[in-house]
Design a protein around this ligand. Structure first.
Ligand SMILES: CC(C)(COP(=O)(O)OP(=O)(O)OC[C@H]1O[C@@H](n2cnc3c(N)ncnc32)[C@H](O)[C@@H]1OP(=O)(O)O)[C@@H](O)C(=O)NCCC(=O)NCCS
Length: 149
């Protein structure tokens, strides 16, 4: 696709340097609006067995006072033993240490809405047919020191 000013190309494996240009552009745009720079800091917690194999983990970031959990998984063989909740509590405690006041995540109807509700997360939005026939839920929680939102 060609427009007057530039050529658009669909890229399956964009270079990280090229993606960084977009991130930088967004940071600079926000700063120009008087918004604090959105300095994403990764927050990853891995659970390993006695042989060092990864058997679970949480992947997320902290930014603008929010913990964003993007992935959480515990191996089938050790589910129901409290590891998922422990990973979440660990991430929340680290986020509070970093000055965060809220946590944000999404989950699907075939995943773990009830698990997060037990941990104090509340659904604030949902998208139906994502994937078709299923629902994606957006959830948030006030962390220590945060005011209710
Ligand atoms: C969801 C998941 C991370 C939970 O890990 P876990 O180690 O089994 O969870 P825990 O043992 O810490 O469970 C804590 C509580 O949540 C409950 N729970 C666990 N999984 C649940 C689920 N999917 N839905 C509702 N409740 C759940 C447990 O029964 C337990 O309740 P209790 O406190 O009353 O005993 C794990 O089951 C998993 O990896 N599932 C597949 C992938 C997935 O759905 N990931 C989440 C993506 S958003």
């Amino acid at each position: 696709v060609t427009t007057r000013a530039c050529v658009l190309a669909l890229e399956d494996q964009p270079a990280s340097d090229d993606c960084a240009v977009i991130e930088r552009g967004l940071v600079e745009h926000a700063v120009a609006q008087g918004i604090e720079p959105r300095n994403h800091r990764s927050l990853t917690i891995l659970a390993r067995d006695g042989d060092g194999r990864v058997v679970g983990g949480l992947v997320g970031t902290t930014v603008w006072g929010w913990l964003q959990v993007t992935q959480l998984w515990v191996a089938d063989a050790i589910r129901g033993e409290g590891h998922g909740a422990a990973l979440m509590r660990y991430a929340e405690a680290e986020a509070v240490n970093r000055g965060c006041h809220h946590a944000l995540l999404d989950t699907f109807d075939f995943q773990a809405r009830g698990f997060y509700e037990r941990l104090g997360y509340v659904v604030f939005g949902e998208v139906r047919d994502f994937p078709r026939g299923h629902t994606r839920f957006f959830m948030r929680k006030v962390l220590d020191g945060g005011s209710p939102a």
